[in-house]
Design a protein around this ligand. Structure first.
Ligand SMILES: [Zn+2]
Length: 695
């Protein structure tokens, strides 16, 4: 200590002393108070060396930060700044080389200390970085400290990996699994926790969709356990609503299948920070199946992963990259939601009246993945596909290709013009460089001053020439996209072929979609009063189409419903359909009305059937009429045919309801011949389908 005194001079004492206190991790801050005590004891050394206690500044804002890089350590940065500005006469630290365990940080600090004549003090002694021997020693200390850190890391990492390889590494377990008293992994003894997890896997088994699992939990009003990590309530259970990401976490976690897995991710340091990359299962560091009890079998886990991958192809974010699929929806993978900006999904429906043909819909799930919310928007696919398809046919004609080629030619001409100008620039630069060279060569070498300045000039000109040449080559590269005759012919052929290929019913939907992907960048859909279709072509050209929203197939104009209501008093469904068709009234879809359509409209609008209406009017059925007259049903039919009974056609199956004959029913004597001359108009396609047979 006494030996160090001569290094301290009045200049040092005039400036402040900076005590830098650091502990690597928050746990060290809590537990390793000894080291902190040693660090603060160094303060006494500074006082002994002659610094006034008030002039000793303590920097301890980096408590709990690792020393391996100075980037995030505010305190260390502050220290360097103070030293650089010459405010520091002394820097104090416990084993100063640990100030920064990264050599570059350390050497920078040493250098700055050397320039600003700042001393460095640690438990071993006092150093003057301006002095060669001291600097050498400090440099060595820094290098050794970094090496020590490396060895420690390698040793701990090696121990950790070999434990992981044997499956003995204790890592935090997901909820539902716990370490027992012997340190073995076991199912959580809490039955409610177990049942929640089993319910999750059962739901997935049934529905094959993580979204559906979330919905099942919400519908059953079930909560899912979560174990708190850290904080004062560490290890306690928290019951919360299950969300989508958590469901995926459980489904993807191999530990629920009783497998020990380690090294499923890899961290990679890049300039913009540290990134974690998920590795495929084959590249995991360790995978030991059957390592401990689980909730599902390993086979089921693998099956779940396969299903999740399939779902991701159909609905997940990767679906843009996914290949065009077999369904007819043209904009699969191209449709973008105009409300939230997300990718839209495709759903297919099969309509009862058009069996065998699936109808596409585009819909955006928006936030409905995470919590069951209504989807953003739901857009009928057929009219949108039709509009986009028409547009593609419109633009892909030989005429438009000709225009495109003409524009291309014009651009080519301009490019050639620009090329000539650029060539001239290069020539001029070369000429100037040659002039400068000649000027330099003409000067006598003894005339150093002039020769130097001319040489510099020559150098500048050479640089300019090189720059001009490089620029020229760069531009040429860009312009080499010209269209030659062969390509032109091929484009022409494509334009002629395209409509044929596109319209050909035997072209698979997948091929049509491939073509669409070549021609379209994406298509944004917004449903308002009509569907707005914003189409973006590669190259940035956009077009907007307005597509009317098709009528709901179940929608029938109120006037038609009212007419059906009235007509049912007098006519059967078939007769009503024939009547409407003959007047040219058409339904919301399809070409014409038919019997079952009228029946369905009546049912949908709560109208009474013709049968109900006639019964309300007191009409009797065949059996009732037979009982009423005391004759068998065949006789009733015969009497009706003979025109003895008033009857009404009640449906299209040729069934009748009979008017009550009143107090004087017709009497026909035994064996009497029934009159046969009454003609019955039963032509149901006429309005007069109501059969009125006068007695
Ligand atoms: Zn959306």
């Amino acid at each position: 200590m006494q030996g160090d005194m001569h290094k301290v001079n009045a200049g040092h004492l005039k400036r402040s002393a900076y005590l830098y206190v650091r502990q690597s991790t928050p746990r060290q801050v809590q537990e390793n108070t000894e080291s902190a005590k040693r660090q603060y004891a160094l303060r006494q050394r500074a006082i002994a060396l002659g610094w006034h206690p008030d002039r000793i500044v303590v920097i301890d804002s980096d408590q709990g930060q690792s020393g391996s890089s100075a980037t995030d350590r505010e305190g260390f940065q502050k220290l360097v700044a103070e030293v650089g500005m010459g405010h520091a006469g002394l820097v104090i630290g416990l084993e100063v080389s640990r100030l920064a365990r990264n050599c570059s940080d350390w050497h920078r600090l040493l250098e700055i200390c050397g320039f600003s004549d700042t001393l460095i003090l640690d438990e071993d002694g006092l150093y003057n970085p301006a002095d060669f021997n001291d600097r050498l020693l400090l440099g060595l200390k820094g290098t050794m400290s970094e090496a020590e850190l490396h060895v420690i890391q390698a040793r701990t990492r090696g121990a950790l990996l070999s434990k992981a390889r044997r499956g003995e590494l204790h890592v935090p377990l997901p909820v539902g699994l716990v370490y027992d008293a012997q340190g073995q992994v076991a199912l959580d003894p809490d039955q409610q926790v177990q049942q929640s997890i089993r319910f999750l896997f059962q739901s997935f088994r049934r529905q094959s969709s993580a979204c559906a699992v979330v919905r099942a939990f919400r519908e059953a009003k079930l909560l899912f356990p979560r174990r708190l990590r850290g904080g004062s309530q560490e290890g306690e259970l928290l019951w919360q609503a299950l969300d989508f990401s958590e469901t995926l976490f459980v489904l993807h976690n191999p530990r629920y299948a009783g497998a020990f897995a380690y090294g499923k991710t890899r961290t990679r340091k890049t300039l913009d920070g540290v990134h974690q990359i998920k590795l495929p299962q084959e590249e995991w560091y360790t995978l030991l199946t059957g390592a401990h009890p689980g909730y599902i079998t390993w086979e089921e886990y693998q099956e779940n992963q396969r299903r999740l991958r399939e779902n991701a192809h159909a609905l997940g974010p990767e679906r843009r990259e996914g290949p065009p699929r077999e369904g007819p929806a043209l904009l699969q993978g191209l449709a973008v939601c105009g409300i939230c900006g997300g990718r839209m999904n495709v759903a297919y429906h099969v309509r009862a009246f058009r069996p065998g043909r699936s109808v596409p819909h585009y819909f955006c799930q928006g936030r409905s993945m995470d919590c069951p919310q209504p989807v953003c928007q739901w857009i009928p696919g057929l009219p949108v596909d039709q509009a986009v398809s028409d547009l593609l046919l419109e633009i892909m004609t030989p005429a438009t290709i000709d225009i495109t080629l003409a524009v291309q030619q014009e651009l080519q001409a301009r490019l050639e013009e620009a090329d000539r100008l650029r060539k001239q620039q290069v020539e001029r630069a070369r000429h100037e460089a040659e002039l400068a060279q000649r000027r330099f060569l003409r000067v006598h070498p003894d005339n150093r001053l002039v020769a130097d300045s001319l040489e510099a000039d020559w150098n500048r000109k050479l640089c300019a020439l090189q720059e001009a040449q490089q620029q020229y080559e760069r531009e040429c590269q860009k312009d080499r996209l010209a269209v030659d005759e062969e390509l032109r012919a091929r484009l022409h052929m494509l334009a002629t072929d395209f409509p044929r290929l596109w319209r050909d019913p035997s072209t698979p939907a997948r091929e049509r979609k491939r073509l669409a992907r070549l021609l379209l960048e994406d298509v944004t859909l917004i449903k308002k009063d009509q569907i707005l279709v914003h189409i973006r072509f590669p190259g940035g050209v956009t077009r907007t189409l307005e597509v009317p929203i098709p009528l709901n197939p179940r929608w029938t104009p109120p006037s038609v419903v009212a007419e059906i209501d009235q007509s049912l008093d007098h006519y059967t469904c078939q007769a009503i359909a024939d009547n409407l068709n003959s007047r040219g009234v058409t339904p919301g879809w399809g070409k014409s009305f038919h019997r079952s359509m009228i029946a369905r409209i009546a049912r949908d609008h709560g109208l009474k059937t013709r049968w109900e209406r006639l019964r309300e009017r007191g009409m009797l059925t065949l059996k009732e009429m037979g009982r009423r007259l005391g004759i068998c049903t065949d006789q009733v039919k015969a009497w009706r045919t003979a025109g003895l009974l008033r009857s009404h056609l009640c449906n299209d199956k040729n069934e009748y309801l009979y008017e009550d004959p009143g107090p004087n029913p017709p009497r026909v004597g035994r064996g009497a011949k029934l009159p046969r001359k009454v003609e019955i108009s039963e032509n149901t396609s006429q309005h007069a389908s109501e059969v009125q047979c006068e007695a």
